[in-house]
Design a protein around this ligand. Structure first.
Ligand code: NDP
Length: 451
C-alpha cells in the first residue's frame, strides 16, 4: 500500500518538530500539522518567555546589590510595555526558526488542526485527508483550572505573557513549578504577590530540605506565601477580584493566576474511535518505544504525561525516529534527569530526594547551607544549599540538590557525574574551584544525617 507520507506528525512543539526534522534528514517523507504557533508550549508560552521574565525580574535586586558594591546608581521604573514588545518580537523570531527548520528539511507543514481518521489517515480541519505509514502525536498539554464559583475569573500561564499591564497585586494558586516560578517573577517585577498552596510545603515531590530553603528564600524576597490555604470562591468587584480562602478570609487582588497542573492535549483527536488507549489524566498510553496499542500510531512529549519536560520530549522524539526509521529500537531514558526550577532562589536537582533514597536503602546525607559571598557582601540574607544523598552500600551519589543563584547551570554539570554513577569519593577527589558556591559539593566532610 502506498501512503502520501512515511510520517505525519500532529503538533509542532519541541517533540514533534525534532522528530519531524531528524526523520526528514533520514530521507523520510514527512508532514506536520500545527493548529497554533510553531514551537509549542516551550517556545511560545512556557520555558522561553518564562526564563526571559525571570531575567527581567532579577534586575530589581541587582540594582540594590550594585549599590552595596559601591555603585552610585538608582533603579528607574520597569516598563512592562517595553519588555512585552521585545519579548513577543523574540518569540516571533523563534517561531520563524522553527518554521524554517521544517521547511529547510523538506517537511511539508499544514497550519491547521489535525485528527486521526483511521490508523493511517489524518484529517485536517479543512476536511483534507492525508495518509501516512506512521503517525506521531505530539500535541503537548494545556493548563487546567479546577471548577469552583468564580473560577472563570482566573488566568493561567497561557495568558500571563499577554497582560495589557502589570497588575498591582496578584494571587498565584498552586505550589508546583509554574506557580512557584511565577510568584518569584511577579514579586521581582514589583507586583504585590501572594501565593496560596493547599499543602504544607510548596514543590511537593522534591527534596524536603531543598523545598524548605526555596520557600524561605521566596518569603524573604517578599512573596506572601500562604500554605495550607486554597480558594473557595472568587467574585469580580469593580476592577478587582474578591477571593475567599479556605480559612474564610477575604482578599482583593487585581489578577488571580492558577497554576494547578496541566492535562494532556488529547481530546477530539479521534483516539477513542480508533481504540487508542488513554490513561491517567487523559494521557495517551504508550510503551517503552512511544508506541500506542495501534501499531502505526506513536506519541511523545507531554501528551503522554511521562516526564513533562522539553528536553525529555525531544529525546522521546529522537528515540522514536531511531526506532522506526533507523532500525535501531531505542527507548528514551527517563532515569536521573537533571532539572531546574527557576524560582528565586533557583533550584537544581538530579536523582533521589533524601526521603525517596531513605525509603529505598541506608543512606548518608551531606548538606550545607550558607550565605554566599556575593550576596552576603551586599547584605542579603538569602541562603544557598548544597546537598548530596549517598548510598551507604555502593557509595554512589543517589541525589544532588542545589538551591543557589545559577543552580540550573550547576546541576547540568553535576548531573553528568551522577548519571555516570559517581561515588561520594569521586566527588571528594575532585579539586575545589575556589572561591565558588559549588566547591562545597566536593568538600562535604561529615554526614549531617544517616539512616
Ligand atoms: P504541577 O503538577 O507541578 O503542580 C500543580 C500544583 O497545583 C501542585 O502544587 C498541586 O498541589 C496544585 N493543585 C493541583 N490541583 C489543585 C487544586 N484543585 N486546587 C489547588 N491546588 C491544586 O503543575 P505545574 O502546572 O506547576 O507544571 C506542570 C508541569 O510542567 C510540571 O510537572 C513540569 O514537568 C513542567 N514544568 C517544568 C518547568 C521547569 O522545568 N522549570 C517549569 C514549568 C513547568 P499538590 O502538590 O497538593 O498536588
Amino acid at each position: 500500500m502506498s501512503f502520501d507520507y512515511d510520517l505525519f506528525v500532529i503538533g509542532g512543539g519541541s517533540g514533534g518538530v525534532r522528530a519531524a526534522r531528524v526523520a526528514a534528514q533520514e530521507g523520510v517523507k514527512v508532514a506536520l500539522a500545527e493548529e497554533d504557533r510553531y514551537g509549542g508550549t516551550c517556545v511560545i508560552r512556557g520555558c522561553v518567555p518564562k526564563k526571559l521574565m525571570v531575567f527581567a525580574s532579577e534586575y530589581s535586586g541587582m540594582v540594590e546589590d550594585a549599590q552595596a558594591y559601591g555603585w552610585d546608581i538608582k533603579a528607574g521604573d520597569f516598563s512592562w510595555d517595553a519588555f512585552k514588545g521585545k519579548l513577543h518580537a523574540e518569540l516571533d523570531r523563534l517561531e520563524g526558526i522553527y518554521r524554517n527548520i521544517l521547511k529547510n528539511n523538506g517537511v511539508e507543514s499544514f497550519d491547521q488542526r489535525a485528527k486521526l481518521a483511521d490508523a493511517h489517515t489524518v484529517e485536517l480541519a479543512d476536511g483534507t485527508r492525508k495518509t501516512a505509514k506512521h503517525i506521531l502525536i505530539a500535541t503537548g498539554g494545556w493548563p487546567t483550572v479546577p471548577e469552583f464559583p468564580g473560577s472563570e475569573l482566573a488566568i493561567t500561564s497561557n495568558e500571563i505573557f499577554h497582560l495589557d499591564e502589570l497588575p498591582e497585586s496578584i494571587l498565584i494558586v498552586g505550589g508546583g513549578y509554574i506557580a512557584s516560578e511565577f510568584a518569584g517573577i511577579m514579586n521581582g517585577l514589583g507586583v504585590k504577590t501572594t501565593q496560596f498552596y493547599r499543602g504544607p510545603q510548596i514543590l511537593r515531590g522534591f527534596d524536603e530540605e531543598a523545598r524548605g530553603v526555596v520557600a524561605e528564600g521566596m518569603a524573604e524576597a517578599g512573596v506572601n506565601l500562604q500554605v495550607n490555604t486554597n480558594v473557595t470562591e472568587m467574585r469580580q468587584e469593580g476592577g478587582k477580584i474578591r477571593v475567599i480562602d479556605t480559612h474564610g478570609n477575604e482578599h482583593l487582588f487585581d489578577k488571580v493566576m492558577y497554576a494547578t497542573g496541566r492535562a494532556p492535549n488529547a481530546d477530539s483527536l479521534g483516539l477513542e474511535e480508533l481504540g487508542v488507549e488513554r490513561g491517567r489524566n487523559g494521557a495517551i498510553v504508550v510503551d517503552a518505544y512511544s508506541q500506542t496499542g495501534v501499531p502505526s500510531v506513536f506519541a511523545v512529549g507531554d501528551v503522554t504525561d511521562r516526564v513533562n519536560l522539553t528536553p525529555v520530549a525531544i529525546r522521546e522524539g529522537m528515540a522514536f525516529v531511531e526506532t522506526v526509521f533507523k532500525g535501531n529500537p531505542t527507548s528514551p531514558d527517563h532515569d536521573l534527569i537533571p532539572t531546574a526550577i527557576f524560582t528565586q532562589p533557583e533550584m537544581g536537582t538530579v536523582g533521589l530526594s533524601e526521603e525517596e533514597a531513605a525509603a529505598q536503602e541506608p543512606i548518608e546525607v551531606y548538606s550545607t547551607s550558607f550565605k554566599p559571598m556575593q550576596q552576603s557582601f551586599a547584605g542579603r540574607a538569602q541562603k544557598v544549599l548544597m546537598k548530596l544523598v549517598v548510598s551507604k552500600a555502593t557509595r554512589k551519589v543517589l541525589g544532588c540538590h542545589i538551591v543557589a543563584p545559577g543552580a540550573g547551570e550547576m546541576i547540568q554539570l553535576a548531573g553528568i557525574a551522577v548519571k555516570m554513577g559517581a561515588t561520594k569519593e569521586d566527588f571528594d577527589r575532585t579539586v575545589a574551584v575556589h572561591p565558588t558556591m559549588s566547591e562545597e559539593l566536593v568538600t562535604l566532610k561529615t554526614p549531617v544525617r544517616f539512616t
